[in-house]
Design a protein. Structure first.
Length: 243
């Protein structure tokens, strides 16, 4: 647990937290990728591996004949855990190496997992945050690499639409719905003395690891989220019964 970062469950100032520029779907920006690799540097513990990313990376590794392919393998070898709340909600971030914080998957100017790279990487230089209703997105531009922002004009909404798959959108909605229901139960449990490590292990297993990579991801994620809710209620009722 000493490697875990303590973070707020919900950022109240995402723009200043990551130096992001708010955009509307109709706003345009100029961007040209010159394959310099700078977007893969200087991002220590800022590029998340979401459950859907771990799932597809596991599938990609297995199909590529790699011996390291299970979700547990991926998280243990390539990711660093962080806590999003004191109650134990976990998240994982891609490891980096060296003083310039280069991505662990970036070698000799190439991405080793290009065909299965995380959603955050696919959306660059844009990123999104669920809106208040959880049905749409707020758009942000990441302007830290100034030399990228020349050349072709892109509409923000089109960029995100072309970067994400229908599965990504379905997962995003399911994840927001799951978080909205799971987080209050975790806070309730934590308030009555259920330690955060129990929650962390529970969510790490169900939300990140408990998948059959030969079956569709989203239905499994929804079932796993439902199982988390049942488990959180079970832990609470057991605790209260014992007094």
């Amino acid at each position: 647990m000493s490697r875990f970062l303590k973070r707020s469950l919900v950022s109240t100032d995402i723009e200043s937290m990551f130096n992001l520029q708010p955009m509307s779907a109709d706003n345009e920006f100029h961007f040209t990728c010159d394959h310099c690799g700078q977007c893969c540097r200087g991002h220590d513990q800022t590029v998340p591996l979401e459950p859907i990313d771990v799932f597809h990376l596991s599938r990609y590794k297995k199909q590529s004949g790699n011996d390291v392919w299970t979700a547990v393998d991926i998280l243990n070898r390539y990711a660093t855990p962080a806590l999003l709340s004191e109650s134990g909600y976990p998240m994982f971030f891609i490891n980096t190496r060296g003083p310039d914080g280069i991505c662990i998957f970036h070698e000799e100017g190439k991405c080793l997992i290009h065909d299965a790279k995380p959603r955050t990487c696919r959306m660059y230089p844009m990123t999104v945050d669920p809106d208040a209703g959880g049905k749409g997105y707020m758009y942000y531009l990441m302007p830290e690499r100034k030399h990228h922002f020349t050349g072709t004009a892109h509409r923000a909404g089109d960029w995100i639409k072309n970067s994400l798959t229908p599965e990504d959108y379905e997962y995003s909605q399911a994840a927001v719905e799951a978080l909205t229901r799971i987080a209050p139960l975790m806070e309730r449990n934590y308030a009555v003395g259920i330690v955060s490590e129990v929650h962390t292990s529970l969510l790490a297993y169900y939300l990140y690891q408990n998948y059959d990579i030969d079956k569709p991801f989203v239905p499994q994620f929804k079932q796993n989220a439902a199982d988390v809710l049942l488990a959180l209620d079970y832990l609470y009722n057991k605790k209260m019964t014992k007094g």
